[in-house]
Design a protein around this ligand. Structure first.
Ligand code: ATP
Length: 552
């Protein structure tokens, strides 16, 4: 990735004079020489530990000031300067102040104790959910969804929606990311596939927007593919049910319409959005919340320019930006750290790892022919539908489809040569169970939530570590179990070590053998860990054709 190109992302953010108007006014008054009361105002938006921290700071400042004053009073007496009008008056003030100081120090001790207790409670909760955080004054994680009501005054209707969706407990990423966004903090978050990241950014946005308005687009969610944008829109609508928010996916029709698109929450790919911006069909200057979902993908070369254009168009200085993904490479972290404002980093479990609930297996297929034989054999033994098969290119996906379409299984294919409408139909059929086996390119590898996919087959070895994690992450979602099988040939052997590292982590925590859906025991091939380390560049080796007819 061209990091130089990425460095101008997020440019143009200024000091938020509106948000900090109070501080600004006080600061101005102080510089004008007025007697400014520095007392901390009761700020209901502050969280318990933030509030405690602020109060402790305030008491400390006041106490230090008094100490300085007292010591100068003592110094005044010792050195004999007539600092005070009368010694008696000085003594009276000093004894009053001493009492006040004692009381203040008691308050300070209590606040400190409470703060420490809160920090301890937060640490225990975070530890039990493998939540790792860094940043300043990080809001406490949630114990339950009910806390959204007691701590943040969440609209009861939104909470009812959660209940109706069957969500009883927040997932780890939701426990931490929701309070972070609610407290107006920018964040970059990394949590495993299928761990509920969508709700983690959608729900706090719905809470913050409160009511529908005609003021313009207030929240924007960027997704790398049209399918994911549609899925996110649907999820968003389910969570907002009954609140009359206008939630829209940016469609081709919007680009042709003479009117500007006005809605509360817009969900789009960067590609389409950039066209809309250039055609002046959209105004993003009032966007208060910007989410870059699958952020590492959005920063890849093919999408970087469009993403950058969108980020720049979101010119509201008080915007709150969040980056979410299951894979967060170091260079994205560095970029985020350097350009985001006081951002909070939230990592669930170990960074860049596959979900714990996926059994992963490697199968040596020898050749292209061997792959097809292995696939047919596995389907003949037990077709554990729904199954998702990934290939490295649309040409190869089409070939495998041609090969399997006359077998006795309901199979379909999805790739970028299909129109958006066709792609939507294919996805819907797979979701509805009309398709048992879906052959795909990486267009559906990211973010797609096909509930209940039992098995992912990497027919072609993935082209990057991130691709491996996202592909296999289409199974084993929301705590369900799943299976991922990766077929490999000679060309892929140098890269086995790279995914072996992910597999080893999983197998060490369970046992070294994992049984597959067909009931066979699987031995982890330890020898792959002895292979030399290889830098994983885009791995798409030339492969023999799949079609058996073409070989005859
Ligand atoms: N609190 C919850 N309790 C139970 N299920 C949940 C909860 N939150 C979300 N889910 C469900 O978990 C599934 C996965 O959620 P989601 O698609 O947001 O995952 P994700 O972390 O974004 O995955 P990916 O990295 O693949 O994009 C969805 O079916 C969603 O409805």
């Amino acid at each position: 990735m061209d990091q130089g190109g990425a460095s101008f992302l997020f440019a143009g953010t200024k000091f938020n004079k509106v948000k900090f108007a109070g501080v600004f006014a006080r600061f101005q008054a102080k510089t004008a020489g007025e007697n400014v009361d520095l007392a901390v105002e009761e700020d209901s938006s502050l969280l318990p530990n933030e509030k405690a921290e602020t109060e402790v700071e305030h008491v400390m400042v006041s106490s230090q000031k008094r100490k300085r004053k007292n010591s100068s009073a003592v110094a005044g007496r010792v050195e004999g300067f007539n600092v005070f009008k009368s010694t008696n008056a000085a003594e009276t003030v000093s004894s009053d102040e001493r009492n006040a100081e004692d009381a203040n120090e008691e308050v300070l001790r209590e606040k400190r104790k409470e703060l420490n207790k809160q920090i301890e409670r937060d640490a225990i909760l975070r530890k039990s959910h493998y939540i790792h955080v860094s940043g300043n004054s990080i809001p406490s994680p949630l114990h339950s969804f009910a806390e959204l009501s007691s701590r943040y005054g969440c609209d009861p209707n939104l909470l009812t929606n959660l209940k109706e969706l069957g969500f009883k407990e927040p997932t780890p990423i939701q426990r931490q990311a929701i309070p972070v966004i609610l407290s107006g903090r920018e964040c970059f978050a990394c949590a495993p596939t299928g761990s509920g990241k969508t709700l983690a950014f959608v729900f706090p946005i719905l809470m913050k927007l409160k009511n529908p308005s005609k003021d313009g687009i207030r929240a924007l969610i960027l997704c790398p593919t049209g399918e994911l944008a549609l899925q996110t829109t649907r999820e968003c609508m389910k969570m907002a049910e009954g609140n009359k928010f206008r939630i829209r996916t940016l469609k081709k029709e919007h680009l042709k319409s003479p009117k500007k698109l006005i809605c509360d929450i817009l969900i789009s790919t960067p590609l389409r959005l950039r066209i809309a911006i250039r055609k002046k069909k959209i105004d993003l200057s009032r966007v208060e919340f910007l989410v870059l979902d699958e952020s590492d993908k959005l920063f890849e070369l093919g999408l970087l320019k469009q993403t950058d254009c969108v980020v720049k168009a979101c010119s509201n200085p008080s915007i709150v930006r969040s980056l979410f993904s299951a894979t967060l490479p170091d260079y994205i972290e560095d970029l985020a750290r350097s350009v985001m404002h006081d951002a909070v980093r939230v990592i669930i479990g170990r960074k860049n790892t596959a979900s714990e609930t996926i059994k992963q297996r490697l199968i040596y297929a020898g050749s292209e022919e061997g792959k097809l034989i292995a696939l047919r054999q596995s389907f003949a033994e037990s077709l554990n539908a729904p199954v998702l098969i990934f290939l490295q290119s649309k040409e190869r996906a089409k070939e495998l489809f041609e090969e399997l379409r006359y077998d006795d299984i309901r199979v379909n294919v999805i790739h970028s040569d299909l129109s958006q409408k066709q792609r939507e139909t294919v996805v819907d059929d797979f979701r509805a169970g009309k398709t048992w086996v879906l052959i795909a390119t990486d267009v559906v590898a990211r973010g797609m939530d096909f509930k209940g996919v039992n098995c992912v087959i990497n027919y072609d070895f993935p082209d990057s570590a991130a691709a491996y994690i996202h592909r296999i992450g289409r199974t084993g979602r929301a705590g369900r179990s799943g299976e991922a099988v990766t077929l490999y040939t000679e060309e892929d052997i140098p890269l086995l070590r790279n995914i072996g590292n992910f597999m080893k982590q999983k197998n060490q925590e369970n046992s070294d053998s994992a049984s597959s859906s067909s009931g066979r025991e699987y031995e982890f091939p330890y020898w792959i860990l002895d292979l030399p380390k290889r830098k994983w560049k885009k791995h798409r080796p030339g492969r023999d054709a799949i079609l058996t007819s073409r070989k005859d």
